[in-house]
Ligand binder design. Sequence first.
Ligand SMILES: Nc1nc2c(c(=O)[nH]1)N[C@@H](CNc1ccc(C(=O)N[C@@H](CCC(=O)N[C@@H](CCC(=O)N[C@@H](CCC(=O)O)C(=O)O)C(=O)O)C(=O)O)cc1)CN2
Ligand SMILES: [Zn+2]
Length: 771
Amino acid sequence: MTTTHSLGYPRIGAQRELKFALEHYWQGQSSETELLATAEQLRRQHWQDQAGLGFQPVGDFSLYDQVLDMSVTLGNLPPRVRERGGELLDQYFRAARGRSATDQPGQGVAAGEMTKWFDTNYHYIVPEFTRDTRFQLDSRRLLEQFAEARAQGHRPKPVIIGPVTYLWLGKSKDDSDRLALLDRLLPVYGELLDTLAEAGAEWIQVDEPALVTELDEAWRHAFQLAYHHLKSSRPKLLLTTYFGQLRDTLQLACELPVAGLHLDAVSAQPEAGQLADWLAPHKVLSLGVVDGRNVWKTDLNRVLDWLEPIHARLGERLWLAPSCSLLHVPVDLSREQNLATDVRTWLAFARQKLDELELLARALDLGREAVHEALAENRRAIDSRRHAPSTRNPAVRQALAGLSPRDGQRQSPYAQRKPIQQRRLHLPLYPTTTIGSFPQTPEIRQARRQYREGTLAPDQYRSLMEAEIARCIREQEALGLDVLVHGEAERNDMVEYFGEQLEGFAFTQGGWVQSYGSRCVKPPILFGDVSRPRPMTVDWIRYAQSLTDKPVKGMLTGPVTMLNWSFVRDDQPLSETCWQLALAIREEVLDLERAGVTIIQIDEAALREGLPLRRSDWPSYLEWAVDAFRITANGVRDETQIHTHMCYSEFNDILADIARMDADVITIETSRSDMELLEAFQSFDYPNDIGPGVYDIHSPNIPDADDIVALMHKAAQRIPPERLWVNPDCGLKTRRWEEVIPSLTAMVTAAARLRQEALAPARDRCEAGVQ
Ligand SMILES: Nc1nc2c(c(=O)[nH]1)N[C@@H](CNc1ccc(C(=O)N[C@@H](CCC(=O)N[C@@H](CCC(=O)N[C@@H](CCC(=O)O)C(=O)O)C(=O)O)C(=O)O)cc1)CN2
Ligand SMILES: [Zn+2]
């Protein structure tokens, strides 16, 4: 019989039960016991959902993040967190979220850094290393949950992050070589595997997705070392890769001494046949045949066409699974009541994907005849999507065909635009601004819920949102900011909001996907050609501008970010979908300009994370992605100032591409890297304006004006002051007003001081003690 399994299941809960349990606990409204009871209940439910599989994953559930869990298992929480002592759960959340010094004087702890999990929209907590790092096994979580699953009658398969990927995901805090820690790490892994074997684990899933990235010789060698070391341990290891093709690591992966290998056969289907040929005859080949990252039904007949010959060769050695953990898709389609009927028949969420797996296994074991009806129904759904008129809009295709490079070209170069814009905007040196959103208060969210449920009339909703916008403008004027924003009160999310208004998108009621910790997003589903039936933001921005003489930025999400943070169609190249988005948002840009908006910001927060996992694939992505931004942004007149925003720094390698976007101003995240990023901008000779984020909005800590001044001094050593802006490093929607006001006060104070210094002669500066 063909063995089925899953690599991991969504853990937030079909109704985001975990989110609410966590937030209650953090706010002191519930006890640890209550939180842990919810977690236990969720695991029970998730294993029950997966009971039809050959194995149930254990250890994929997490209270915050699976990488942080692994750090706990390896005794590697940051020293600054451990030093404070206390209960493990408390330390765990301290590492995840930090602790504000204002809430508990003397107790401030910086959170672990958060970064993107490969090319997904999930964030993990980065493991921290120094040359002194020591590891120590804490297997309690895995053992308890293993026993829990067993007691519920399951056949659990523990899931852990492998030693090489664990090091690969982390960061050295003292510039030491983290690979040098492998020798110390491996004995702890050996102990962990033995412990799990003793508890009765037959198989252990060891995730090593680093294998789909470009690895140099040292990292390849680390894989050899690690798995030769671990081969003496007792349970069978399923070496697990996902998110891409193996290519030049295929042979390495084949030869490692493990009992089985999992391949993401959605992104690497041709490699499945190769592995079937090459894999030693005692090894299991697990093929990820159902897309774990997207929401489309699998074309089961097509999969069987290429899978049957492999099954004929491998027999019981073939296992079936989703391509990756189902963490990246919503839980259950059957809860969705408002999707158009045709779109609904094209979709599969986590639960439905498990059904697909079981069907495929039965078709292999018993022949297609045994599941004839189900296969026919699947074929009807696939055909219906393939031929659906709703996915094609001839006008959009025609407009796309008519595009020329000139559409992505500003009228004049930046050097000529800058003085024209300055004459219109009259901005001071070091202009201050924010990234767009202001706090999404419980009142705003509640109003939106009532509006959705129909208990708040549309015009009541609108006046409530207008009142929020008015408050936001008032606060910004009082703070003395130079370029204002309307605050995005009316937006549930910067991507979903636009998805709801564009043709070609469907959206769910409860299709939540974890983004980090308790935070979730509801990615819209991009199923057809994209167009914009009517202006989306013009009325809101016009209203905001009517309240002030200061410029208010128009605020849009760019095409690449819309693409990367939606579930996208898989029936045409991403570039094509992206250009369609670009055309639709371009119309909005031009409408804003016509409405008299002088500054328009187009966020491309996800441009960086969309980079392919292998560098050799970067150029083609960057070409179409930057072209798409240019189409969106660059149709405006010289006097209109275009801003863009990106929140994940580390783009030293793509500065030429960022320059090619040709935004007049780019606001970026640099506060955590202490402005080091700007060195790259300097040596590249980046030509346009830059707003290096001067404080970290993810932390509840209130920045200090002196620190901001010092950071900007650093910035001004690298970028001429005439081209510098002062702003936070991202939007403020997750913060509270009580945090925002003092933080922005510090920022505005710092900018005023910087201007004064620039005007005063150097002598005064020495006296003021800034040098
Ligand atoms: N798509 C996307 N990806 C992104 C980001 C982003 O902004 N958008 N930013 C980065 C990640 N950062 C994030 C920061 C915050 C949240 C976030 O706050 N999410 C909210 C949900 C936001 C949302 O869509 N809210 C809806 C629905 C709100 C809701 O849950 N309403 C409740 C009631 C809530 C209440 O009464 O307070 C209900 O309907 O039951 C709205 O405002 O309309 C959450 O988890 O809480 C998510 C990601 C990277 N990836
Ligand atoms: Zn941002």
